[in-house]
Ligand binder design. Structure first.
Ligand code: SF4
Length: 336
């Protein structure tokens, strides 16, 4: 799910971007950085609507292989409500690449294929896209995509291995919760079991997998069930990366109406932190980079699980035991 970052600056792939990371801002004020930024401004790829990307793709060249999300119905997401899903495919991204300056293309090491679930393309369409990227980008090291669990239904492990061989280097997928009832309630359109099986295919193909889960999604009533079931699902998948986000309910998101009408009671910062603690406590992962550094979270944390579990729990407990919310990101500074 693209509960990622809004990408205002389309090309940070050369490590010289000005948005959003402050350290990138520092880097950009080199002569080379200014030069590359100029090239970027002069020849932006064609984008339809707001572009969303995972935080870790801040320096990637972003190309819309697809537009929108093929599901587009989750009650916590409005990222692509303004556009119909369609495939632009190899032809679309080839035309974008032709519009960019060759000096810039020569330096691109990472590409993120937008929008909400580029893996909705067939394996053949994805192969064609990856071939086009390799043809135009001599320094390409990794291609990333968002995926929706249904995208994997008709894909085989063998087909995914071929995509990996052509450069598909990471798949970002929204698990959101391991609680079947909660996932149905938020209209995800897939079951937890389907999602787990989809993730296993990606893992079997040797493609690194990054999952997102949403803290606070079940509200107060389902908090414990959400945390424990999500930990169980994550343990079964055992992904390389997990990113926790915290539910946001701004106007325009369907869940906003439920909060306004009193049908959903959103959780406070300390309650969300308690939920995070239950989740982390229940995790038994082999070698997973776990982060809560997304802008929607109250307490940014990061570590490797299992190694750092007690460190993460200690950091959460320091806040929970004192109840000191000044240690948390203020509500007004949370954002996507
Ligand atoms: S699958 Fe759901 S969360 Fe992901 S982009 Fe589509 S509507 Fe948004």
């Amino acid at each position: 799910m693209p509960t990622g970052h809004r990408q205002d600056w389309p090309l940070e792939s050369v490590g010289q971007g000005v948005h959003p990371a402050p350290r990138a801002a520092a880097l950009c004020w080199t002569l080379e950085g200014l030069y590359l930024q100029l090239l970027t401004i002069l020849a932006m790829p064609h984008y339809e609507g707001t572009i969303w990307r995972p935080p870790s793709e801040a320096r990637s060249l972003i190309l819309q292989a697809t537009v929108g999300c093929s599901h587009n119905a989750c009650i916590f997401c409005v990222s692509y409500r303004d556009r119909e899903f369609r495939v632009r495919g190899a032809e679309g991204i080839a035309s974008d690449l032709r519009s960019l300056d060759g000096r810039l293309l020569a330096r691109v090491r990472r590409v993120f294929l937008a929008d909400g679930n580029a893996l909705a393309m067939s394996t053949t369409e994805m192969e064609e896209c990856l071939d086009v990227l390799r043809e135009h980008l001599p320094s390409l090291e990794r291609v990333g995509v968002y995926a929706y669990a249904k995208d994997l239904r008709d894909k085989t492990v063998g087909g995914l291995r071929r995509l990996r061989g052509r450069g598909l280097g990471i798949v970002y997928l929204g698990l959101e919760t391991g609680d079947e009832d909660l996932l149905r309630w938020c209209r995800k359109g897939v079951t937890v079991r389907e999602t787990i099986e989809a993730c296993k295919k990606i893992r079997q193909a040797g493609i690194p997998l990054s999952l997102t889960i949403i803290l606070g999604l079940g509200g107060r009533e389902r908090s414990r069930a959400h945390a424990t079931a999500t930990a169980r699902a994550l343990n079964e998948i055992d992904p390389e990366y997990v990113g926790a986000l915290t539910l946001m309910t701004p106007p325009g998101v369907p869940i906003y109406d439920m909060v306004r009408d009193g049908r959903f009671r959103a959780m406070g910062p300390l309650e969300v932190l308690g939920e995070l603690r239950t989740l982390v406590e229940g995790l038994d992962l082999t070698d997973c980079t776990f982060r809560t550094n997304h802008a929607s979270n109250y307490l940014p944390l990061g570590g490797t699980l299992g190694r750092d579990k007690s460190l993460l729990l200690d950091a959460i407990d320091r806040v929970l035991m004192t109840g000191d919310t000044t240690m948390l990101r203020p509500e007004g500074l949370r954002g996507l």
